[in-house]
Structure formats: structure tokens, C-alpha cells
Write a protein that binds this ligand. Structure first.
Ligand code: SAH
Ligand code: SF4
Length: 436
């Protein structure tokens, strides 16, 4: 979602004369598009700010007063910390949140004007009453595999999570706006679209016929668009799985047979404490329904280890669940107490060394499963969408339906095509094979 937002920020600023640069030293404006989900991500913001401060100072010391760098903090750290950021890092000129970045051109115009040689500070962390989506411009360029935000925010309030506070309440874009954006992305070269939302399968936007559409219904409509080869959606919540979505998995061939469906823990006690509102049996039931709808489907998940009160038995239950499902891949994190969330003030915090050893144990298991899953592909023919250069010259890189990376000898003429590859080897993080 931050990648999508970042692209939109660039699109917003382009008509105002700004172009992207990869080099901080060249930048007139540096925007950190930040994440607040775990403490580590937040720390990174402050260390990156420290580095930008040096660039800003060097430029000032060199006497280039016309191009002093404007530094902005956007995204969820901006939303959560607001003015506190400019107190801790006074050289920051602008702070804004994930729902107010459509006002970036105005904010920038205010900061650009100097009053007695000094820049004004702008802080904009209000949640607007009219959705930012109504003000976002169309992109001129798109990757072959494009993101499209369809839903944002969250009303679920899991006890560990800051998202409902930083991204705000749940909002679903109308289907017309989504289909228009999808058509535009296809026109400028996208072949795969990943629908984005914090709880994307909780999507309930206004449909073309005026009725409320589910994600399943929306996927059927997207599948009709000319030129689209693949559809994905992320991230889903188990509670929001619904009949039309199971049916879409059954009926829509271009809906990829791969689903990121985070479960967080394999212990009912912990799921309850996390306020996830479902148990392990219900999750397994969803997995089974999806497998019935699309027998070749693969899964990934997120896990949190060391949630307050987690015992060895709870942790073992998570390992059991992982073994039981056989994930294609999974992300796992040590529980990170986040300010303002109910779990952060519990007295039963798990010591960091225990969290670390549980994380290592879980990640070892996940890595083994991922390798096994990749090796299952040996001898199969998979369709791969090549979309970028490989690490070595003369190589291109693509993704299988299961998001596995495949490298092939070739050049950019292969980009955008679904090519059939006979898989010869399955490695930990990639596959290799021969084009048919
Ligand atoms: N809406 C999605 C998750 C969005 S947050 C869902 O409900 O599944 C992405 C992931 O970050 C979560 O799945 C969770 O595993 C992790 N996460 C969120 N808050 C966390 C915290 N306080 N500590 C550690 N991991 C966290
Ligand atoms: Fe956070 Fe996801 Fe829970 Fe919402 S459903 S509070 S985004 S973990």
C-alpha cells in the first residue's frame, strides 16, 4: 500500500515540476513514506531522517541557499506522531498522514514560500471527510504488475495493531472508480493487478448497478476487462471471506491460486486475546473451502510470536498449524508493543530472548515448508509473467502464480507475456527451468 501511495505522491507532484530521483543529494524535496506497524519500522524513520539531515546541512554549508532541501514525513508515522516529529527533528518541514497526501501540492506550496528567509512548517494529519481517492490523478506509467487500492482502513481493532488509528476507518471505493483505474492501468501497460486493502476481502463498495458489491463480485467484473492477465488481492482477513469470493476462486481462471490469509497464531487462547474473533478450526475450515473451490491454491500468512501471555504450548500450537497447512511462504514477526494499543499495556509481556528463539524456530519451519513447496513444482509447467531484468545481464525475472521468482535467459521483449516454463529446480527463494 505504501508503494501505491508513493506512486500517487509522485503523480501528484509531477504537474508541479517535480521528477523522481533516487539520489538524496539531488533532491529538492525528500519525502519519507513511513510505516508504523512495528517499532523497528518507526526507528528506521528516525535513522533515515538523521541521514537526510546531513544532506540538508551539507547543502546549506555549501552555500546553496536556493535549493535547501525540504524534508517531509508522510505515512503512518506522520499520522501517529504528528507535531512530535518536528519537535524531535526540527529540520523536518512537513508532516502528513496516509489520508491527507492528496493535499501534497498545496502543502508543498506553503512550505516553498519562505518568510524572512525561513520556511513555514506544515502539519496535516486530519482525516478528510471526502476520500483522498477523489483527488488522486491518473498515473502516466505503470509497472506490468500494478497495485490498485480498493479499500483502506480498518474497524477491527486487533489488540496489537495500530492500523485502525493510523489509516482510519474502513472505506471502500466505488466499483466504477476502481474499474476506471484498472482500465487506465491496462491501457498504459499493466498485465497483472493486485487489489489492495487492509482488509481487502471486507470490500463493500457501491457497485455499477447501485447495489453494494463484495470483493468477489468486483473480481468477476474486473475479469471482463480486455488485456488483463492476472488478478490478485491482499491482505485478507479470515472473518471477511464470503461465498462470492469462494465462487470467484472457483470460476475466475485469472484470479491467481495464491492467497495471503494471515492467521497470526495457532492458539485459540491467543487468537481470542488478540481480538481476532475467529478460532483455529474456523480458519482451517476457510482453507478447506478455498481448496475445494480451487484445488491448486497455495497459501501464505503472517504470524506474530511472543504476544503477551503466549506460553510454550501456545507457540507449539502455532508450529502445529503451520505444519498442518503447508504454507507456500509466510511472514513472521516478534510482537512489538505499539503505543495506544490494548496489548501494549498488558503485564504479561514476553521477554525478548524468548520472542527471538520462538521466531527463529518458526522461521526455520516456514523456510523448510517454502523449500518443500518450491520443490513440489519440479516437473510441472507453470505460467510465468516476466516483468523485470534479472540480477545478471541477459536474464529476466518473473513470477509464477504462487509468487515464486523465476529467472530465464532473455531480454525485455519477454516482458508482459505469460510464458510456460517447465520447472527443473526448486530453491529456497526461487525456481528455475526451461521455457516451452
Ligand atoms: N489486516 C491484516 C494485517 C495488516 S498488518 C490482517 O488482519 O491480517 C500486517 C501484519 O503486521 C499483521 O498481519 C501482523 O502479523 C503484523 N503486525 C501488526 N501489528 C503488529 C505488532 N504490534 N507487532 C508485530 N507484528 C504486527
Ligand atoms: Fe490490524 Fe488487520 Fe487487525 Fe485491522 S484486522 S486491526 S489491520 S491486524
Amino acid at each position: 500500500m505504501n508503494v501505491y501511495d508513493g506512486q500517487k505522491m509522485a503523480d501528484l507532484l509531477k504537474p508541479h515540476g517535480y521528477a523522481l530521483t533516487e539520489i538524496p543529494d539531488d533532491a529538492d524535496v525528500a519525502i519519507l513514506n513511513t510505516c508504523h506497524i512495528r517499532e523497528k519500522a518507526e526507528h528506521k524513520v528516525f535513522s533515515d531522517l538523521g541521514r537526510l539531515q546531513v544532506v540538508k546541512k551539507n547543502r546549506k554549508d555549501s552555500g546553496d541557499n536556493d535549493h535547501d532541501m525540504i524534508i517531509a514525513v508522510g505515512g503512518c508515522v506522520g499520522q501517529a506522531e504528528g507535531e512530535e516529529i518536528t519537535r524531535q527533528a526540527p529540520y523536518v518541514n512537513m508532516v502528513f498522514g496516509p489520508q491527507s497526501y492528496h493535499r501534497l501540492p498545496e502543502m508543498l506550496a506553503q512550505v516553498e514560500q519562505k518568510v524572512k528567509g525561513k520556511r513555514r512548517k506544515v502539519i496535516d494529519t486530519e482525516f478528510p471527510t471526502i476520500s483522498k481517492f477523489d483527488s488522486l490523478p491518473k498515473s502516466d506509467e505503470t509497472p506490468i504488475s500494478a497495485f490498485l487500492s480498493i479499500q483502506e482502513g480498518c474497524d477491527k481493532f486487533c489488540h496489537f495493531c495500530v492500523v485502525p488509528y493510523t489509516r482510519g476507518a474502513e472505506y471502500s471505493r466505488p466499483a466504477k472508480a476502481i474499474l476506471d483505474e484498472a482500465k487506465h492501468l491496462l491501457k498504459i501497460g499493466a498485465k497483472e493487478i493486485t487489489l489492495l486493502g487492509q482488509n481487502v476481502n471486507g470490500y463493500h463498495g457501491q457497485g455499477l448497478d447501485g447495489s453494494e458489491w463484495s470483493l468477489g463480485r468486483l473480481i468477476y467484473a474486473l475479469a471482463e476487462l480486455d488485456g488483463l492477465k492476472r488478478i490478485r488481492y491482499t491482505t485478507s482477513h479470515p472473518l471477511d471471506m464470503h461465498e462470492e469470493l469462494y465462487n470467484a476462486h472457483r470460476d475466475v481462471e485469472m484470479l491467481m491460486p495464491f492467497l495471503h490469509l494471515p492467521v497470526q497464531s495457532g492458539s485459540d487462547r491467543i487468537l481470542d486475546a488478540m481480538n481476532r474473533k475467529h478460532n483455529v478450526a474456523e480458519y482451517l475450515n476457510i482453507i478447506e473451502k478455498l481448496r475445494n473451490a480451487r484445488p491448486d491454491i497455495g497459501f501464505s500468512s503472517d504470524f506474530i510470536v511472543g504476544y503477551p501471555g503466549e506460553t510454550t504450548a501456545d507457540h507449539q500450537a502455532t508450529l502445529e498449524l503451520v505444519k498442518n497447512i503447508g504454507y507456500a511462504q509466510a511472514y513472521s514477526f516478534k510482537y512489538s508493543p505499539r503505543p495506544g494499543t490494548p496489548a501494549s499495556i498488558l503485564q504479561t509481556q514476553v521477554p525478548d530472548d524468548i520472542k527471538s528463539s520462538r521466531l527463529a524456530e518458526l522461521q526455520d519451519l516456514i523456510n523448510i515448508q517454502q523449500l518443500k513447496f518450491n520443490q513440489l513444482m519440479i516437473g510441472r509447467t507453470l505460467e510465468v509473467l516476466f516483468d523485470r531484468d534479472g540480477k545478471l545481464p541477459g536474464q529476466v525475472l518473473g513470477k509464477t502464480p504462487y509468487m515464486q521468482s523465476v529467472t530465464l535467459d532473455g531480454d525485455s521483449s519477454l516482458f508482459g507475456n505469460l510464458l510456460r516454463v517447465n520447472i527443473k529446480h526448486g530453491h529456497g527463494n526461487s525456481l528455475s527451468g526451461e521455457r516451452i
